[in-house]
Design a protein around this ligand. Structure first.
Ligand SMILES: [Zn+2]
Length: 347
């Protein structure tokens, strides 16, 4: 590894953003002016709390060292976690994909690192980050649609993150689109994420293969992964759709149509100016966005009202190299965001 190059002058206290995902933990260290000083990531975090705290502490310390700094120069750490978070205490109540329950993440990391740690649900943190992002113009009313293994939305209204009374505003992955559809982990059937989430797409492909449908997804993929036992991933399905595989195209078209319908419903519910789609699905890139935009056109075609609403809504994909999760975690540390957290703690 090359020696870190210490910036000539660090413009004030540093901030650290941590994006904890099911498959990796990403860390970004920025100066007070937002300049990136270091990036680090490690593979999947442990489901065992003590190991997880040690891993996260380690990667944060490594990233700060890479920035040529010490923890004493860090003002605060923001963390986005895929799960239910008590933002007043920084406790992760439930993170099903990480295997965590009632983990006092914020307090344990603050003790271990010696700096304040602010914790928020990852998708909601990303929405806060977008609001402050020059690239996305940061309008006061926006939705961030996080589509990975599951789906949820972060909603910023009138410049403030909308959490709702239970902190569950935006859990649209469990809106039922097909009451007779596939079983969802939540107990219902045909939820949005069973149709457009990564796990749902992969499961639908596997079901079709098991039913004998002809598809290139049933064969070897050259990666050494045994599709016969593992089944194709959602990424495999998106890739196969671009090569003309009929099953893959049907699944991707169905997912894109469902995403378009949900965007229309989000715009109707919240009257937002910007919808940004991120998460693992955003790696599918322009072909996916084209399908979603085509779906929005189909929705708008018979309705002047829908056409007006959707023509005035900016729908974009967040590129995978945008640091959307870590920048969102850092945005939690802004005075405005801290003020919101403090206000909620008093209620
Ligand atoms: Zn569900």
């Amino acid at each position: 590894m090359t020696a870190p190059v210490r910036p000539a002058r660090v413009a004030g206290p540093l901030r650290v953003g941590v994006d904890i995902g099911g498959s990796k933990v990403a860390v970004l260290v920025v100066a007070a002016d937002g300049a990136v000083l270091a990036r680090r990531s490690v593979a999947a975090v442990s489901s065992e709390p003590d190991d997880a705290i040690a891993q996260i502490t380690g990667v944060i310390r490594d990233a700060v060292a890479e920035a040529g700094a010490t923890m004493a120069e860090v003002e605060a750490v923001g963390l986005g976690v895929p799960g239910r978070v008590d933002t007043a205490s920084g406790d992760v109540t439930f993170a099903v994909n990480l295997g965590w329950q009632h983990l006092p993440l914020g307090r344990r990391l603050a003790t271990s690192l010696g700096v304040p740690c602010v914790v928020e649900n990852d998708v909601r943190a990303a929405a806060v980050g977008l609001h402050r992002d020059a690239q996305f113009r940061g309008p006061d009313d926006l939705v961030y649609l996080g589509i990975g293994t599951g789906i949820s939305a972060g909603v910023v209204l009138d410049g403030r993150l909308h959490r709702g009374v239970r902190g569950l505003a935006g859990e649209i992955g469990h809106v039922v689109l097909d009451p007779d559809g596939s079983a969802c982990a939540c107990g219902l059937r045909g939820c949005f994420e069973t149709i457009a989430g990564g796990a749902g797409i992969a499961r639908a492909a596997r079901t079709a293969i098991d039913a004998g449908e002809a598809t290139s997804l049933a064969g070897g993929d050259g990666t050494g992964r045994d599709r016969a036992s593992d089944g194709p991933s959602a990424a495999d399905v998106f890739a196969a759709a671009e090569t003309g595989d009929l099953l893959a195209r049907r699944l991707v078209d169905t997912a894109a149509a469902a995403i378009a319908r949900m965007i229309h419903e989000l715009v109707l519910a919240y009257d937002v100016e910007l919808v940004v789609i991120g998460g693992g699905i955003s790696r599918a890139g322009a072909p996916l966005l084209d399908r979603i935009l085509a779906g929005l056109k189909r929705i708008a075609a018979p309705s002047a009202f829908a056409a007006e609403l959707l023509s005035e809504t900016d729908v974009r994909l967040a590129g995978p190299d945008h640091d959307i999760g870590t920048r969102g975690a850092i945005a939690l540390l802004d005075p405005v965001a801290k003020e919101v957290v403090a206000r909620e703690a008093m209620v």
